[in-house]
Design a protein around this ligand. Structure first.
Ligand code: ATR
Length: 496
């Protein structure tokens, strides 16, 4: 079930939001502490959905700054008016004696951390006379979410529990898998009642949260940052269209080793891997496929009952996207029989960057006979790549004098929010060049804008992103998905 908190500032606005929320929520929470002079009679009259009445004081993370007895009196009035639930803080339970037919949610909030003794705190809530325990903490690391899931798994008392904050967002979705009885979603962006809250739109249309249950398999993206990624839209779209009971989440991970323990303990079935973990994840993988091994980077991990295998779908996706744009570009003057030879064969390709994505593209293009030169800020890293792949290196200050046919940016320079940056000076770009930026947010980076203006053929990162995601999706689901390498991405589930 999904509950929408009403965080309007006036009674009039609250009534309006209440009507809107009731159209998409299973229940709503009236945050009296947000409303200036709330009129409970009007707010609770003719309600189409069950209502939780909450009146949180400032020192409990709410907005109510009046005196304590008036705060409690408002809750008592809600009980008299037959509110379906009231939420009362764990250290105030004694202040409410008679609750009539109203159900009691006894809550504990911690805005700093997820304490080590959440099991003990939860027992205290469950034994307080509550009908429902609500235990909400703050996630400082992704593993904190899994401590909440462990607590939920070990309890059969009706409980709402998740972590707040950016790192806690996954628990707002996955707590439903581990037995949490409902989760909260905001009516819209800007109407959140706590940090990390997702919108009802995202929770229902991307994550299909109401259908999440014990058997729902979990997949996800790991990286840092992850908030620019669209993989969750794509993969959840595929799961939804193909009827696979699974969800794909974004995990912002710093401590890779710690997270891998959670992957095994909670049986996360598969992962996409992005910056900065594509290379470092290899040490945690039991079986790396030979191509990924050669590349030295893994972007896909499959967990088969605790045994992790890794591969790389970036290389075929990037090569295929590039070949397609070049073939389309030259469609007019292609001669019969050329199809067997890649359009990148014998072309001078300059790769900007020497990280995991660069390595995948270098090895992929090397197989197609391209003449590759790597340009990177960090000389040693570039050296390692050119030595491994047997290609050339050039210092960044030589870029303008190089004879480049195809320029590929594999760095994050120009990615949202740094949209005014370009990885190369304007003078590098010349008419007739093919310029490929693997960034897809924004679709047209500053580099591509300049390249378009100069008469280059441009390719943004969307096609590569979709192709590598399709290959991952096929590995995750075992199903054929439209839009992979060799099949232009026309059907792209959920991806706008
Ligand atoms: P990925 O696995 O996605 O390729 P990565 O391994 O972190 O990510 O590699 C990022 C690449 O972008 C690196 O080549 C990095 O350059 P360094 O090796 O010199 O660190 C490059 N990069 C990132 N930010 C950059 C910036 N501001 N200027 C130039 N290069 C940058």
């Amino acid at each position: 079930m999904i509950c929408i908190p009403i965080t309007a500032g006036s009674n009039h606005e609250a009534l309006k939001d209440l009507r809107l929320a009731c159209a998409s929520a299973d229940l709503v929470e009236l945050r009296l502490d947000y409303i200036d002079r709330p009129d409970l009679d009007s707010l609770l009259r003719d309600r189409p959905r069950p209502v939780i009445v909450t009146n949180r004081a400032v020192d409990q993370g709410g907005m109510y700054s009046g005196n304590e007895s008036s705060r409690i009196d408002m809750l008592k009035k809600a009980i008299d008016l037959g509110a379906d639930y009231i939420d009362i803080e764990h250290d105030c339970v004694d202040k409410i004696k008679d609750i009539g037919a109203t159900k009691l949610i006894v809550s504990y909030h911690n805005f700093q951390e997820t304490p080590h003794d959440i099991g003990r705190i939860h027992s205290g809530l469950a034994n307080s006379g509550a009908h429902i325990a609500k235990l909400v903490t703050f996630a400082n690391r992704i593993e904190d979410n899994y401590r909440i899931f462990e607590m939920l798994e070990n309890s059969d008392f009706p409980t709402i529990s998740f972590c707040m904050g950016e790192l806690g967002q996954v628990s707002r979705i996955l707590s439903l898998k581990y037995g949490g009885i409902f989760t909260f979603a905001s009516l819209d962006k800007g109407k959140e009642s706590a940090p990390g809250q997702l919108t009802i739109d995202d929770l229902t249309n991307i994550y299909h949260a109401r259908e999440i249950g014990k058997t729902t398999a979990v997949y996800g993206l790991i990286g840092n940052p992850v908030d620019h990624s669209m993989g969750h839209v794509f993969h959840n779209g595929v799961f939804n269209k193909t009827g696979v009971d699974a969800r794909y989440l974004r995990f912002k991970v710093d401590d890779l080793g710690g997270f891998i323990d959670s992957v095994k303990r909670f049986d996360i079935k598969g992962l996409s891997v992005t910056i900065p973990h594509k290379e470092s994840i290899i040490q945690f993988i039991d079986e790396v496929d030979p191509v990924a091994e050669q590349i030295g980077a893994v972007n896909t991990v499959i967990n088969d009952q605790g045994r992790l295998s890794g591969c790389n779908t970036d290389a075929p996706a990037a090569v295929s996207a590039l070949e397609e744009v070049m073939i389309n570009d030259a469609a007019g003057d292609r001669t019969e029989g050329n199809d067997a030879v890649s359009p990148v064969c014998n072309r001078n390709v300059t790769i900007i960057g020497a990280g995991g994505a660069a390595r995948a593209i270098v090895f992929g293009l090397r197989e197609k006979g391209a003449n590759i030169t790597v340009v990177n800020r960090n000389h040693d890293r570039a050296r390692r790549l050119v030595d491994d792949a047997g290609c050339d290196y050039a210092a960044p200050d030589r870029l303008t004098e190089m004879n480049t046919d195809i320029l590929i940016n594999t760095t994050s320079v120009g990615m949202f929010p740094h949209v005014d940056e370009s990885p190369v000076p304007e003078a590098v770009l010349k008419e007739g060049m093919v310029v490929f930026d693997i960034i897809y947010n924004p679709r047209e980076t500053k580099l591509l804008k300049i390249a378009r203006r100069k008469g280059c053929t441009i390719l943004d990162g969307t096609e590569m992103f979709i192709k590598q995601a399709v290959l991952q999706s096929e590995l995750f689901t075992g199903l054929r998905v439209a839009g992979g390498p060799g099949k232009r991405a026309k059907i792209t589930p959920g991806f706008a």
